[in-house]
Design a protein around this ligand. Structure first.
Ligand code: HEM
Ligand code: HEM
Length: 356
């Protein structure tokens, strides 16, 4: 429901008696106040619309300068966003129905409508028009249950239909089984008819995308800050591995070399998880969008994993690689040491993501 306090209504009606009646009914209505401007032909009405916005048009279809459906389509094509309630006599109800199918929010038969109904039609017309294309959550949809004169909406295949006009959905209940205000996509299979029954009804919005269980789990997991937690292991081992290598190289104490090897294995395992958690965080929090920062992180993660994998393979294939000083051992030391700037840059870009 739209709670417009002061509703600006443009009444386009050629019969002064009808116009007076409508203005009186709206003036007497308690609740929202209606500020009604009256024009007695289409040209004057259109001129008024060009002069400034109104909230709604009450439109008689039979005017001195325009008749029938054309009256409606002239106003609608000029300002498609404007809610229109069609006023009609008993004899031209078919055209009014056509106008509603064509996008008018409602129609009222002159002389048969009470002030209360008129005011309600205006408020709902504005609410419906504002609701168009807006996403409905299941919670919001519930308000349109067709009870107590409220509009009846049903969702089907992601779209929200206004079925208020259907006699088969009186009071928002259909076939004694189905209620308006809910998503009926999965119920259609049990119906004796298919989705074609909805064709004649106006789509007033779309069902907001519901978060899937997987997405919810991912969002919750991301809240635990897996990536910042896991990367500390990777960072620690990327520092420890070259450090122990150097300790061994200068002290020749074998246990340092063995420790370095274990650091390398641990570094390998934790960097894989560090990298994966980074990609996870990037996908969940930043929707996997590309920019230089993320590109750098991907490149340096690739370099880090390449350096660690190469060191590991090398050390496994040649366990004595550091035993003798020579080109090969220096190359092995250099490869290990290269992890330091790479992991530093990963942290640097990570910090930039977090703090900028
Ligand atoms: C067991 C379940 C249902 C039964 C027995 C049932 C029965 C019917 C019948 C007999 C009609 C009129 C004949 C026709 O147009 O084919 C009808 C029309 C319709 N049904 Fe259902 N239906 C069921 C479920 C549903 C569901 C799940 C929807 C979902 C939106 C739905 C929406 C409609 C609509 C929009 C119309 C057209 C109303 C009109 O033209 O005024 N029905 N239904
Ligand atoms: C092993 C490789 C990686 C290391 C060592 C690393 C290191 C870091 C560090 C230290 C932070 C800062 C955390 C903080 O200040 O709270 C960080 C944040 C971040 N990193 Fe990485 N990172 C790595 C791989 C990746 C990858 C591959 C991506 C994906 C492209 C990535 C995406 C992020 C994001 C999105 C943040 C922001 C914090 C968050 O939302 O969790 N990282 N990273």
């Amino acid at each position: 429901m739209n709670d417009v306090e002061n509703v600006k209504v443009l009444l386009i009606e050629d019969n002064p008696g009808d116009a007076r009646l409508i203005r009186e009914m709206l003036a007497e209505h308690r609740g929202a106040t209606f500020d009604v401007e009256w024009r007695d032909d289409l040209a004057k009405g259109m001129k008024r619309l060009a002069d400034g916005p109104v909230d709604l048009v009450l439109l008689d279809l039979t005017l001195p300068d325009s008749h029938g459906f054309n009256t409606f389509s002239s106003v609608q094509t000029t300002i498609p966003r404007l809610p229109i309630v069609v006023l009609t006599g008993l004899d031209d109800e078919t055209i009014a129905v056509r106008a509603v199918r064509g996008g008018a929010q409602d129609y009222l038969v002159k002389g048969k409508v009470t002030g209360e109904q008129l005011a309600r039609a205006i408020r709902y017309a504005i609410a419906r028009k504002t609701g168009e294309k807006r996403p409905f959550t299941l919670e919001e949809l519930k308000e349109f249950d067709g009870k107590d004169g409220r509009p009846a909406y049903v969702a089907y295949s992601g779209k929200v239909y206004d079925i208020s006009a259907s006699a088969l959905w009186g009071d928002g209940v259909h076939s004694g089984l189905h209620s308006a205000g809910v998503d009926l996509t999965s119920d259609m299979g049990n119906a004796p008819h298919g989705e074609e029954v909805l064709l004649g009804f106006r789509i007033v919005g779309e069902l907001a995308k519901q978060e899937t269980l997987g997405q919810m789990a991912a969002r919750k997991a991301e809240k635990l800050h897996l990536h910042p937690i896991l990367v500390h292991f990777s960072v620690a081992y990327a520092i420890a591995f070259p450090l122990f290598n150097f300790l061994y190289f200068f002290t020749r104490t074998t246990s340092f070399e063995i420790a370095a090897f274990y650091m390398l294995i641990a570094g390998f395992a934790t960097s894989i998880f560090g990298g994966l958690s980074g990609v996870f965080s990037w996908k969940v929090t930043y929707a996997g969008k590309r920019n230089t920062l993320f590109d750098m992180k991907l490149i340096y993660t690739g370099l880090l994993l390449a350096a660690i994998t190469a060191s590991l393979a090398w050390r496994i294939l040649e366990p004595d690689i550091l035993l003798t000083a020579g080109f090969q051992s220096y190359a092995y030391l250099a490869l290990g040491t290269a992890q330091l700037p790479v992991v530093t840059l990963l942290g640097y870009y990570g910090g930039k993501i977090v703090f900028s």
